[in-house]
Ligand binder design. Structure first.
Ligand SMILES: [Fe+2]
Ligand SMILES: [Fe+2]
Length: 275
């Protein structure tokens, strides 16, 4: 593994954590945590749809978000279980780093602690929570994406609302960049023309990279960063993995692409113990 620069940015989009995750699928979170704790990128961007919220699927008829009425696929699903699934996934991801930090503190080596700057970009699946008060007005002010933000803030994570822009080292991050009258995610082939600046997004669950030099001589990159769903749950077009933006500077970067299968092979918990 190439040594990462201190300002490297690890990007994880669309994990879609669900309460019915199989144990072997859930292992991707601890493997990710071990990778982050080993490679030590200075920043981590969790790009939204970390939570799947199957209980709030309009396709399955969830009335809480304006569906026609729950159907068989919706039965037994609850917002509480969905919330916990994403929370448990995040805690599993952060555990390797926290356990090592606790060891450093016990050994009076606080200076060795690793605490990356972590950003969370709201995705459309977290935004499902914001639709609830429209359909159940009695819950106005009580249940919206603030409940996710509150949890994230408690974990020391900075939050950004769905489709708000985050800029780091001259690179722009969003769950996706809107394009066309319907506001769909910009296709990778059109991104640099339409945006005219470096950008990283997810949402489509596909992977794409385009790069060119702008008129002012500055290199731009567009990265559609795939997803972090279990590979088993991905369609043929989807790509499961993470991307790391190494040496990010004024929109330029060295792109590293690591598949979830590769993370699991190299950083699964029992692999770590055996090492
Ligand atoms: Fe997604
Ligand atoms: Fe999405």
């Amino acid at each position: 593994m190439i040594e990462l620069s201190k300002d490297a940015i690890c990007c994880v989009f669309d994990a879609h954590a669900r309460p019915d995750e199989r144990a072997e699928d859930f292992e991707r979170f601890s493997a990710l945590g071990h990778f982050i704790n080993t490679a030590r990128p200075g920043k981590v961007v969790l790009g939204g749809d970390w939570w799947d919220f199957p209980s709030l699927s309009i396709y399955d008829g969830s009335r809480a978000v304006g569906g026609a009425g729950s159907n068989k696929r919706h039965s037994g699903k609850t917002i509480l279980n969905d919330l916990r699934a994403g929370e448990d996934a995040l805690k599993a991801t952060l555990e390797a780093m926290r356990a090592e930090n606790r060891r450093h503190i016990r050994a009076r080596h606080r200076d060795r602690c690793y605490e990356p700057e972590i950003h969370f970009l709201g995705g459309n699946h977290e935004d499902r929570l914001n639709k609830i008060p429209t359909h159940i007005p009695e819950l106005d002010g009580m249940l919206d994406s603030g409940i996710v933000d509150e949890f994230l803030h408690g974990q020391g994570i900075q939050t950004h609302r769905f489709l708000d822009n985050l800029q780091l080292s001259g690179i722009n991050f969003r769950h996706y960049f809107e394009s066309g009258v319907r506001g769909r995610a910009v296709p990778i082939t059109q991104a640099l023309n339409k945006l005219g600046r470096s950008a990283v997004w997810g949402h489509t669950h596909t992977f794409g990279h385009d790069t060119r030099v702008a008129a002012d001589g500055q290199r731009m990159h567009a990265v559609c960063a795939g997803c972090f769903k279990p590979p088993r749950r991905c369609s043929e077009q989807e790509w499961s993995g993470i991307v790391v933006l190494n040496n990010p500077r004024d929109g330029d970067l060295d792109l590293l692409q690591i598949s979830t299968n590769s993370l699991l092979r190299n950083y699964r918990l029992d692999t770590q113990k055996a090492a």
